[in-house]
Design a protein. Sequence first.
Length: 367
Amino acid sequence: MANASCRTQLRYHVTYEVDGPDIPKIAHEIAIGQSIGNPNIRSEIENSDNIKQMAAEIVRIDGNEVVISFPNEAFNWPNINQLMCIIMGGHTDIMGVDRCRVLDISIEVPVKEPVLGMSGLKKRTGAEERPLFGAIVKPKSGLTKDQLTEIVKQMMDGGADFIKEDEIMADNSYLPLHERVEAIETLKTTCDWKGFYAYCINADPLDLIANLKIIDYHTGLKENVMGGVHINFWSGLGAYTSARDMNIPCHYQRSGIRILTDPSNKYSIAWPVLAKLGCMAGVDSMHVGMLGGYYPEGESEEETLTAIDICKQHNTIPSLSCGMNPVLAQEIRERIGNDFMASIGGWLHTGETIYEKVYEMRKSLDS
């Protein structure tokens, strides 16, 4: 069995919660299977030095909690997608595992700082003493250029700090990304708005890079007006490092992530782990979930609060949404202070005009 011994190279630790008839055996199969290969069969070209250098090791087994250390040499930081393949990959095929959940990861690597982060966004929008106000463009799809422009103008005029396109929008046939960018960047020049606009650019790798280049060409960190991107996690955690490497502020959207994080799944990853990796990739803002509202039953408030703390530690603004309104925003403010973004979509469309509801929310946050 792979047991911990003295190592000279850097290693990272992953904490698993496993259920099954033989937890030590499961731990061994994860350690060996996710580092050097089949737990029970060795290749003829493998030698003891290779195994010693590259094999993962069991650090601790405490009940059904298992800590395994992996060599950093198995991937190049910040290749987060490869890291995910290692910590939750082939061992999902192991027989005899009733349940396996990644609880935590501890890794010493150079962390990417956000382009703006919480401090930069709050300073540039004048929100140092209050929560940031995020407005979400609705409806999710089907808007014309004129409709989008009118909605965004009302949000700007009403006092939104951060305007985000919905994750469904992306690059589409009815209103392509380049047309939206031209329309919104033109609108910015006609008003005195000191806020941030996040364009949704979800895409496959090559298209995502092309989309980032469109944003980079048209926007930039101007003195008062900011532009960046909104990327859903389905584009891969590596998408966030791509945005950061191009010096483009990025919002991490987690819609759909419960497919990976739901603890009732046979295999799952705790949400704070994915939040930590996003922060380490240098995202500027992150949808962490919601406290109250209509966020899904079974969503752990403890994990949401942990994700909020992780964001604050990395200068990432935690965004809370799904049922947000002025009353909830003040309740959350009393619990966790001003260092969060109150993001609202549907509620902003419940008045006679979007401007009216945006103004009401901003006035509440200013009080």
